[in-house]
Design a protein around this ligand. Structure first.
Ligand SMILES: Nc1ncnc2c1ncn2[C@@H]1O[C@H](COP(=O)(O)OP(=O)(O)OP(=O)(O)O)[C@@H](O)[C@H]1O
Ligand SMILES: [Mg+2]
Length: 256
């Protein structure tokens, strides 16, 4: 039977142990094409580990994962051609200018007109004025924007963003959110990890919570809210915030 492939990412039973530490104990989820999927979890939950497996940087011990229909274990080259990764720590080359960084990536991706590609990206990300300054002089927000711009060179179908706004000020965060929304609006599938509940709440079509090695909740914000009935205080019905849902699901009710 032939079906239209709408799942850009499919993950089944993923397990990973580092020495003694069993980080992923059977992770399952799917990501729809053109959607924004947020993987939420505390420090050390295994978000970056999951991203590394999906972007072919790390091999799982067991389980399967496909990206754009390609198995990460048996077709890593095909996967790499379809994706880009903005890692948790900026991959910008500090010694180069913003423009040079972009040109370098465009050349590595064998694009026809690297200068033009760089100019377009600089404009799109509001970096034209800073284009010829060394990236080492950029602010955190500018560096993040350059980092995301670099990962978009060559128009990947799927973009992985590992904690894209950690360390950014509120204004820069909102800028990154805007970029992410535009990407998904244009048909790119976005997989992001975050510790910020408001980020997931703002951006994600679906949110999955990774806790103690497994996905313990997965759904739209509305679906997650239903897992957590609103508290009735006197006559006022209070809608739970994602933070309350998160803490309730991972069992830290006392922290609320
Ligand atoms: N190469 C490694 N060797 C040993 N342990 C590792 C390795 N990489 C990660 N770990 C451990 O695995 C666990 C999961 O790490 P991971 O980086 O995936 O978490 P994370 O959810 O991305 O956390 P954070 O929010 O801090 O980025 C952590 O306890 C980490 O210390
Ligand atoms: Mg991480």
């Amino acid at each position: 039977m032939k079906t239209v492939q709408t799942k850009t990412i499919q993950v089944k039973g993923l397990q990973k142990t580092y020495k003694q530490l069993h980080v992923l104990k059977g992770v399952d989820f799917e990501v729809e094409k053109g959607s924004i999927f947020a993987l939420l979890g505390s420090n050390g939950a295994g978000k970056t580990t999951t991203v590394k497996i999906l972007t072919t940087l790390l091999k799982p011990d067991s389980g399967t994962a496909t990206v754009c229909g390609f198995d990460v274990a048996s077709k890593p080259d095909h996967v790499r051609q379809s994706i880009s990764l903005t890692g948790q720590f900026a991959a910008v080359d500090e010694i180069l200018t913003g423009r040079e960084n972009l040109i370098m990536i465009a050349k590595l991706r064998h694009l026809k007109n690297p200068r033009q590609v760089a100019d377009d990206m600089l404009k799109r990300f509001g970096l034209t004025d800073a284009a010829d300054r060394k990236a080492s002089t950029y602010s955190g927000g500018m560096r993040r924007r350059l980092d995301i711009a670099l990962s978009l060179v060559g128009k990947p179908q799927v973009i992985f963003l590992d904690e894209p706004t950690t360390g950014l000020d509120p204004e820069a965060r909102i800028e990154v959110w805007k970029i992410v929304k535009e990407l998904a609006g244009g048909g790119t599938t976005v997989f992001l990890t975050t510790q910020y509940l408001d980020e997931a709440e703002q951006l994600a079509d679906r949110i999955a919570i990774l806790h103690e090695g497994r996905i313990i909740a997965n759904g739209t914000l509305e679906e997650l809210k239903k897992l957590f009935p609103p508290a009735k205080a006197e006559y006022v019905e209070k809608q739970p915030s994602l933070e309350e849902i998160f803490l309730a699901i991972i069992g830290k009710k006392e922290a609320m």
